[in-house]
Design a protein. Structure first.
Length: 266
């Protein structure tokens, strides 16, 4: 292990002639004049080894931390593994971006909005409106409004308030079952869906229980939803890609049956 040395200034020795010249001076000053040898300072080898070992440990820690940061960033931007399996046959259809071939039940293709998506969102929207359960009525109406184009949703909410439709249903204790009978797409209007359905309503009017059956024809206009992050399929449109733009209501027929409400008093 190498050492470091510091040479202090060397004072030359006093000659005899100088001694004679100083003979008349104070002998105390002469005693202070002496020969000074070089002073050498040594570093403790164990201290040097400790410092070097700690330096290497710090460098190693920094390298590990840098690798960890790079790994986290890489994983955060890496696309997740995508594995598509046909559960009916157990065959794997795709691993990441590598297609392994279609099966009898599954075929992979580029995502695009289809008629089935329109039918799905229309059925859900009408179910929210015409299936009445007072325990969840507020949430159902909110869900129906979320499926609508924002401007139309505001108008429809105002209509429900002005006509006191929800208030009337609550006061009359409505409970209704909605049954869509069939759906069809208007010729030449691919974004218009006509739905014929039946609404079975139980209500209480002036202490009388009534059962009302309505046969309804509904015309629903759709619009593709505005894309976000490159996709039309969003939670607000139930991953269908469509939102409700307008709805037209037409009651075809209805019949009513009354049953008195009996009560017992103790």
């Amino acid at each position: 292990m190498s050492t470091e040395a510091m040479d202090l200034p060397i004072t030359t020795s006093v000659t005899r002639a100088d001694t004679l010249e100083l003979s008349g001076e104070n002998t105390h000053d002469l005693a202070e004049t002496q020969l000074m040898s070089p002073v050498i300072c040594y570093r403790d080898p164990a201290d040097v080894r400790t410092i070097r070992r700690q330096s290497w440990l710090i460098i190693l820690t920094l390298v590990i931390a840098a690798i960890a940061v790079v790994g986290v960033v890489y994983k955060s931007i890496q696309r997740p593994d995508r594995i598509v399996v046909d559960m009916s046959s157990g065959r794997t259809v795709m691993i990441n971006d590598k297609e392994l071939g279609a099966t009898e039940a599954v075929k992979l293709e580029k995502d695009k909005l289809q008629i089935a998506d329109m039918d799905y969102v229309v059925k859900a929207y009408l179910d929210y409106l015409y299936r009445v359960d007072q325990r969840s009525r507020s949430k159902d109406i909110e869900a129906a409004l979320r499926l609508m184009v924002p401007g139309q949703a505001k108008k429809f909410a105002q209509y429900l308030t002005e006509q006191k439709i929800l208030q009337t249903q609550r006061e009359q204790q409505w409970n209704a079952i909605w049954k869509p009978e069939y759906l069809e797409h208007a010729p030449g209007k691919p974004l218009t869906v006509k739905v014929y359905g039946t609404q079975e309503i139980d209500m209480v009017v002036k202490n009388e229980s009534k059962h009302l059956t309505k046969h309804i024809l509904l015309t629903v206009d759709l619009l593709p939803d505005a894309p976000e992050d490159g996709t039309f399929r969003l939670d607000r449109n139930l991953r269908s890609g469509f939102r409700i733009n307008a709805i037209d209501y037409k009651e075809l027929s209805s019949n009513e049956a009354e049953t008195p409400v009996t009560s017992t008093q103790g």
